[in-house]
Ligand binder design. Structure first.
Ligand code: SIN
Length: 300
């Protein structure tokens, strides 16, 4: 036995992992237990682990291949020595932001689903936190699918949606993008609305982000109505876990099984988080009726 302890943090998802020192080499048995806990709880919290950037990269690599951050809004990596690390921060140095997402609310989203192979997961490490606010929430998309009313399950069976790449979760337009007035024309990837978890095969709602989303093959208002119903269901508080950050917290989440969002915080305070991502395999659809895929609803 590895000696690690995994304690659930909410009825829906999230667990605290204790009894492990991430600065030390991790045995195959410990890694097997951590991966099993990740696949069960989707969000793992490690407290009191102050990791350097190289240590954060090393821990991330134990869970899979590093996936670099999306295009940087300012045209160059936030950390020149560690371009695989993204910085999430409101801090400015010499008038220039040292990180992404500022101090406002970040709306519910899944990371980088506007590309064909979105990350499998991500780590977020709290290096500086504000005295209040800036809490992060995750919602369990397996439970969201499993508790979806039957008519909604049928309505989305075999369907795919466009995951718009125009805006980030803080509402900032990405570099090189232009305003979208019709979601049917949004740039980005198309993914099934219900996917299979890459390790467990469990079905999950896969919504990406609400802004400029569109269910392929539907009329725009019909698509909007259905998306609104799905989003309302998927973001209910009883499906979520709230993370009130403590200094040095390290959170690992499953980007295929969850949505996340962040509260705003006092702009005069400092919040600095370092973030890494883990590459994922291709997204695979889940359908109730196996021939739904062949019917063309999930056209590429
Ligand atoms: C994110 O959405 O990746 C960042 C969440 C946070 O700042 O807590």
């Amino acid at each position: 036995m590895s000696g690690i302890k995994v304690t659930s943090l909410s009825p829906a998802l999230g667990a605290e992992v204790s009894g492990v020192d991430l600065h030390q080499p991790l045995s195959p048995e410990t890694m097997a237990e951590l991966k099993a806990a990740w696949n069960k709880h989707f969000v793992l919290r490690f407290r009191g682990q102050r990791l350097s950037d190289p240590q954060l990269l090393e821990v991330t690599r134990k869970f899979g291949e590093l996936d670099p951050p999306g295009p940087n809004p300012y045209g160059k990596p936030f950390l020149a020595d560690f371009p695989e690390i993204n910085v999430i921060s409101n801090v400015k140095e010499g008038g220039a932001p040292i990180g992404n997402l500022g101090d406002g609310e970040a709306v519910w989203h899944c990371d980088m689903t506007y590309i064909d192979n979105p990350p499998r997961g991500a780590f977020l490490h709290a290096l500086e936190i504000p005295p209040a606010g800036g809490d992060t929430f995750w919602s369990n998309m397996h439970l969201a699918y499993e508790t979806l009313p039957e008519d909604l399950k049928q309505a989305i069976d075999g369907k795919g949606a466009i995951h718009d790449s125009t805006y980030n979760s803080a509402g900032m337009m990405r570099k090189g993008m232009k305003e979208i007035t019709d979601p049917r024309e949004a740039p980005g990837a198309q993914h099934p609305l219900v996917i299979r978890h890459p390790d467990t095969g469990r079905a999950a709602l896969f919504l990406g982000r609400r802004r400029n989303s569109y269910i392929v093959g539907m009329g725009l208002s019909e698509s909007n109505e259905l998306l609104d119903a799905l989003w309302e269901h998927a973001t209910q508080p009883h499906l979520s876990f709230r993370q009130v950050w403590k200094l040095n917290d390290l959170i690992l989440w499953d980007n295929r099984s969850t949505l996340h969002r962040r509260d705003s915080f006092d702009p005069t305070s400092r919040r600095v988080m370092h973030r890494t991502q883990i590459k994922g395999p291709a997204v695979t659809p889940f359908t109730i009726t196996p021939d739904a895929i062949n019917a063309g609803a999930l056209a590429a």
